[in-house]
Design a protein around this ligand. Structure first.
Ligand SMILES: Nc1ncnc2c1ncn2[C@@H]1O[C@H](COP(=O)(O)OP(=O)(O)O)[C@@H](O)[C@H]1O
Ligand SMILES: N[C@@H](CCC(=O)OP(=O)(O)O)C(=O)O
Length: 366
């Protein structure tokens, strides 16, 4: 059975003045019910807690301060779930609430627990409805928008499709709200820097990440082996069409199969504490040769790190090549960088692993 993660943004569920649009919630519930009837297993990632709750809190617009957003989400999340539960009940679909934070993804055990619970819900035919736990999340550790969250959930649960629904029918050559001559891009085989640069911020007063955060999400998911659709579903049947490759939006292809959890953490959740600039030979070895990084290929070192920390690796043209777990402290590496392996052995008396970054602890981000 194919597994689909559907993400619905605030802009599709709420009105600009705040408050839930229960007709929209009912519409999406029907769309999801049709998807399930067509034989797909569905998980829903939904935004809208802050937008649904701020008016009841007495705010005239979507709040900007953290404590106000936390409070609005506490009110709005209950309204959101109530509305979904009522809407799914019409189709006899039981729904469950799952609230996650970015920190949860940093702990393998917590992630294991969450995915076991989700698997059980799916097995029993319950629809998991995921949102960020906004009331306990602090700004520095927040997803903020739910695009990234939906991509990580899709990767974690090895989904076959990630469908990001928004108020725009796909990625355009520039923000169509600003540029009426913008045209839609139907298919993106690879998210290059040029494609990324087309995406702008949010055009609505309730959404947060805009197309840029959707592009980040598409990068994460496609890198993890999950193909992505970004677009609209406003007419009955369009969600199913989106999953079947006939949707109104943009498709992002993937060339890889699923990425192990450790590499996902390294690529998308870890915080690099330093930067290593490598030479062209090392760049080739890392990107095309699938090899480890050796001291001889390191040109310069920045940051403060110890052995075991995560560092970012950049090319001579300052392009980010990837991330890895480094086997040297910044001080040790400064002493041995540029040295051929034999000289390096003499210098550290063989007390070290030779590789600066072992290929098993490396993820390419190119
Ligand atoms: N290149 C682009 N193509 C399409 N939309 C874009 C582009 N750049 C920016 N946007 C904006 O992104 C918005 C969708 O993101 P957002 O407001 O965060 O919605 P959501 O709440 O669904 O996540 C669109 O309404 C649009 O104004
Ligand atoms: N977790 C937040 C998501 C905030 C948000 O606006 O996200 P999005 O609409 O996906 O850009 C909420 O439920 O309000």
């Amino acid at each position: 059975m194919q597994r689909v993660v559907v993400k619905i943004g605030s802009s599709s569920l709420t009105s600009p003045e705040g408050g839930l649009n229960s007709l929209s919630v009912r519409f999406f519930a029907k769309e999801i019910a049709s998807l399930r009837l067509a034989g797909y297993q569905v998980l829903l990632v939904t935004s809208g807690a802050v937008a649904a709750g701020f008016r009841e809190m007495g705010y005239v617009e979507r709040p900007k301060q953290l404590h106000e957003k936390q409070a609005a989400a506490a009110v709005g999340q209950a309204l959101l779930m109530q509305s979904y539960r009522e809407a799914f009940q019409i189709h006899n679909i039981p729904a469950a609430q799952i609230l996650l934070t970015r920190t949860d993804f940093l702990h393998r055990k917590r992630m294991g627990n969450a995915s076991m619970a989700v698997e059980e819900l799916l097995k029993q035919g319950v629809l998991p409805i995921v949102n960020e736990n906004d009331t306990v999340s602090v700004d520095e550790l927040k997803f903020g928008d739910n695009d990234t969250l939906s991509a990580l959930v899709a990767n974690l649960l090895k989904a076959d499709h990630l469908i990001i629904l928004t108020d725009m029918d796909g990625l355009y050559t520039s923000d169509p709200r600003i540029d009426p001559s913008a045209t839609r891009i139907e298919c993106v085989p690879e998210i290059t820097a040029d494609i990324y640069s087309l995406a702008g911020g949010s055009g609505s007063s309730v959404g947060t990440g805009g197309m840029r955060s959707k592009m980040d999400a598409a990068k994460i998911a496609t890198r993890g082996g999950v193909p992505v659709f970004i677009g609209q579903s406003t007419e009955p049947g369009q969600l199913l069409e989106a999953v079947q490759g006939r949707g109104r939006g943009t498709y992002f292809e993937t060339k890889t199969t699923s990425l192990p959890m450790k590499k996902q953490w390294l690529a998308f959740l870890s915080t690099p504490l330093g930067t290593l600039m490598v030479d062209e030979g090392a760049e080739k070895a890392l990107i095309h040769g699938g090899r480890s990084l050796l001291p001889v290929g390191v040109r310069s070192v920045e940051g403060h790190f110890q052995s075991g920390d995560v560092v970012e690796v950049i090319s001579p043209s300052r392009e980010i090549l990837g991330r890895g777990i480094v086997n040297y402290s910044e001080q040790q590496l400064t002493e041995v960088m540029g040295l051929p392996s034999q000289d390096r052995m003499k210098k550290t008396e063989g007390s070290h692993r030779l590789e600066v970054i072992h290929r098993d602890e490396w993820i390419s981000l190119k």
